[in-house]
Design a protein. Structure first.
Length: 70
């Protein structure tokens, strides 16, 4: 049975596509982190200039899985 705490944690995690600011441009911090992770994964970083915050978040998640950080 799920506890109230775990239910709150699950409901607090939003899909990046549902973020109110998800369509805003990726932040400089996101761009830098993507570059770092892509380098660690041996990949070329995507052109971060065209990424939204939501897309950048999804790319960070993918790269973290790729590098074994998740």
């Amino acid at each position: 049975m799920a506890t109230a705490s775990s239910q709150q944690n699950n409901s607090a995690i939003k899909d990046p596509k549902d973020w109110k600011s998800g369509d805003d441009p990726a932040t400089p911090s996101q761009q830098s982190y993507i570059e770092t992770l892509a380098d660690q994964a041996g990949e070329e970083p995507p052109t971060a200039d065209g990424l939204t915050k939501a897309e950048a978040s999804e790319e960070i998640d993918r790269l973290r899985r790729e590098t074994g950080l998740e």
